[in-house]
Design a protein around this ligand. Sequence first.
Ligand code: ZN
Length: 699
Amino acid sequence: MTSTAATSAPTSTNPFLIGQGLPPFDQFQPDQVEPAITELISDLTTALESLEQTMTSTWEGLAAPLTKISERLGWTWGVLGHLMGVKNSPELRAAYEAVQPALVQFATRLSQSKVFYNGFKQLAQATNLSSAQKRIVDAAIRDAELSGVGLEGAAKEQFNQIQQQLAELSTQFSNHVLDATKAFSLTLTTQEDIAGLPPSLLSLAAQAAREAGEETATAETGPWRITLDIPSYGPFLKHSRRRDLREKVYRAYISRASAGDLNNSPLIDKTLALRKQQAQLLGFETYADLSIARKMAPSVDAVEGLMEELRSASYEAASKELEDLKAFAKQQNAAEADDLKQWDIPFWAERMRETEFDLNDEELRPYFPLPKVLNGLFELASRLFGVTITAADGQAPIWHPDVRYFAIADANDNPVAYFYLDPYSRSAEKRGGAWMDECIVRAHTEPKNPVRLPVAYLVCNQSPPIDGKPSLMTFREVETLFHEFGHGLQHMLTQVDYPGAAGINNVEWDAVELPSQFMENWCYDRSTLFKMARHYETGAPLPEGDYQKLLAARNFMTGNAILRQVNFGWLDIELHSRYQPDGSDSIWDVRDRLSEKTTVLPPLAEDAFLCSFGHIFAGGYAAGYYSYFWAEVLSADAFAAFEEVGIDNEGAVQETGKRFRDTVLALGGSRHPMEVFQAFRGREPSTDALLRHRGLKVA
Ligand code: ZN
């Protein structure tokens, strides 16, 4: 991109101010944050004010220079946000909190500019805009309206104050969850304590003990430290034969951030009340209505309609699964069979799965070493989308020695994109979960200049390499990697020239999981799976029997799995629509009422999972958690297009893959998601494929 006066390169040597290109991850220090942000905000405010004076209502006179301003802000804020996620520290956190108000204030100033808003309204009348440009202009108008551009005086002030408070509440919420997760650990010292635990968990727990100062801890001799991080917590509940310890760990998990200094409950009340006020200032009745205004779903009713369809399709199945589980536990002479508690469900479900399918997550790990899984994933990308992925380590600075860097090239061997992969769990400094984020967004706004190639961050929290072995992944971890890679593909294979609609930008939130959930399906595809599932020592392929079992077990307890997500999604919508923050009901009353129809085992009275529900209180999913299902309707139906032409029909698969690449992956936010879907599928989406894939409907 060419440089203009408004965005001239900063003279400072502060790495947070570089403003473009690959971030120099070997140079960032927390004490650079405050001076950088102060300087940046001051520069950008000048640029913004000058643009307000000089702008004309044309693409070149408004949208283009404004993009440059927001990209400079986005670069620094993006790097900072990324470091908060993968290299968190008390110093960085303090610096982030110190600069957050100024950043929010600037973003608000930008989004509430009446001059730009009026400019965009005029620009929207222009007849020479491409579809991408038109969508960007429309989004700018809508976002300005939803950011309060129409508010005056006291209302505007109140709105802005709410924005600021909400940002602080969200940061506090997520810090509390992080701290509460770190605050608990269970140290095991005897063979009795570790009864049932698989070797991989013992290795992880011994490593955690060493990190906590038990220098002599080993997988064989202990001590073993169990934590509430998912790679530790999940397997512990599935495998520990000590019911008392399972209960202890389970109770710790569900009560995270629900008491004392880290209590998120008051934060939730405040957040919901503020969101409602904010929505009403903008003329919406509820926050859910405000949220849906930016979504593919047409209304809250449509969302609840989908929730009810899924609930009624899964409730009976879920009840029966629980009965089957009790019967199974009884057969195994479990004392608790008649009174299975929450901390027994994962344990007995895992035993039943082992018995019915003779399948154990742990036994499959040796067949999924990360390097082989990556090869398989990259071959699939090549087969479906005609791209080649190669290691490019050393071509970009990284933030941790475990981070990898890769290049993607097209069929003519021209580079089209790059990505970082940060695969392993590092609980001391890394947020839990997995995500894809943008590092650099594709842009080609000056025909004479080369395309600015996209770069993605793929971040997972899978089992790290231990005791000299590569990272041996659970099948679920493999699916997660495919999922994030799917997001990455949409970011990296976009063909949109304008950053505002390239990749995942300007894609409606409830459609954004289409490519990611689509990719997960391929983990079950025979040819994909057998290419990657190779024993890490012997190179032997996954035994055919195990593959058959994986397929058979795919929908094990499917009713419960769906119902659980329906419960989360519906509760989120309910709290953001009907719930009255100042009324007589508490959030827990709402939770209990909804649980009657969306759970088969009612939550414990002290279950405070809302206090760690970061998706809706510290992420972007507020009144949007339903999006996973909304997008799964799309992703399942998209995968069904491959099934229809025959998943082993190589020519047809490649042709369909190319069409997927040219529509869903290439068009990104440049068209409405319904239009993009129809361009790929030739019709509107249907829920049939989702219900069939999830085992709730026969083919
Ligand atoms: Zn996702």
